[in-house]
Design a protein around this ligand. Structure first.
Ligand SMILES: Nc1ccn([C@H]2C[C@H](O)[C@@H](COP(=O)(O)O)O2)c(=O)n1
Ligand SMILES: [Zn+2]
Length: 200
C-alpha cells in the first residue's frame, strides 16, 4: 500500500458513502473492522439523508419554476435557513407592473429582448426574503446562477448553492470564477431517476 496521503483525488465521482470508504483506505484505516464499518454505515446514512434533503428542496425549486412565464427557460429558487426553514422563493419574471403583453418574452429585437427586463429567480428570491438577513442560508436553484445573481448571492453571504442544470456560457463561467474566488461553494445535484417527474 502506498503511504498515507491527504490528497484525496479522483474519488469525487463515487457515491458519498463510497467516497468515505475510499478516504479511510487512503488513510490506512481498515473499513472492514466492525467498528469502522459502523462508522461508515452511520456516515453513509447521514450523507444519504443530506442528499435526500437537497433533492427535496430542489424539487420545490422546480415546482416554483413552473410559475415563470418565460417560454424558453423557467427557473426556480428556494432559500432555506440553518434550521432548514424556507425563508424565500423566486422565479424568473418581469418586474411588478411590467406588462407581459407589452414587454413580450418572444421578441428577437435587441431593444425588446427579454434579457433586458427579466428579474432572475435568484434575485426575486433575495428581494422576497421574509427574514432580516440571508447570512448562512442555503440556496437551491434549478439553473446555475449567472454572474449578476452570483454577485448578489455573495453579497448576501449565503453559505452554499445547490443547483440542477449547468450552462457553458460566459455569464455562467464568470459566475463560477467569482464564486470560487469568494469561496462560496456550489454543488450540482442529480435527481433520482423516476422520482423527478415534474413535466413542464
Ligand atoms: N440563474 C439564472 C439564469 C437565468 N435566469 C433566467 C433569465 C431568463 O428568463 C431565462 C434564460 O433564458 P434563455 O437564455 O434560456 O432564453 O432564465 C434565471 O432566472 N436565473
Ligand atoms: Zn441570474
Amino acid at each position: 500500500m502506498s503511504p498515507p496521503t491527504n490528497e484525496i483525488s479522483e474519488i469525487s465521482d463515487l457515491p458519498q458513502h463510497l467516497q468515505l470508504e475510499n478516504r479511510l483506505e487512503k488513510l490506512y484505516i481498515n473499513p472492514n473492522s466492525s467498528t469502522n464499518q459502523q462508522l461508515i454505515d452511520e456516515d453513509a446514512r447521514k450523507a444519504e439523508n443530506q442528499l435526500e434533503k437537497h433533492q427535496r428542496f430542489l424539487r420545490m425549486a422546480k415546482v416554483t419554476s413552473l410559475r415563470s412565464k418565460d417560454p424558453n427557460t423557467q427557473v426556480g429558487c428556494v432559500i432555506v435557513d440553518k434550521e432548514n426553514c424556507i425563508v424565500s422563493v423566486g422565479y424568473n419574471g418581469f418586474p411588478i407592473g411590467v406588462d407581459d403583453d407589452v414587454f413580450r418574452w418572444d421578441k428577437e429585437d435587441p431593444e425588446d429582448n427579454k434579457h433586458l427586463y427579466v428579474v432572475h429567480a435568484e434575485m426575486n428570491a433575495i428581494i422576497n426574503k421574509r427574514c432580516a438577513t440571508l447570512h448562512d442560508c442555503t440556496v437551491y436553484v434549478t439553473l446555475f446562477p449567472c454572474n449578476k445573481c452570483a454577485q448578489m448571492l455573495i453579497q448576501s453571504r449565503v453559505k452554499k448553492v445547490y443547483f440542477l442544470e449547468d450552462r457553458d456560457e460566459l455569464p455562467f463561467r464568470a459566475s463560477k470564477k467569482m464564486l470560487e474566488h469568494a469561496k462560496l461553494p456550489y454543488e450540482q445535484i442529480v435527481m433520482p431517476r423516476g422520482k423527478y417527474v415534474i413535466e413542464c
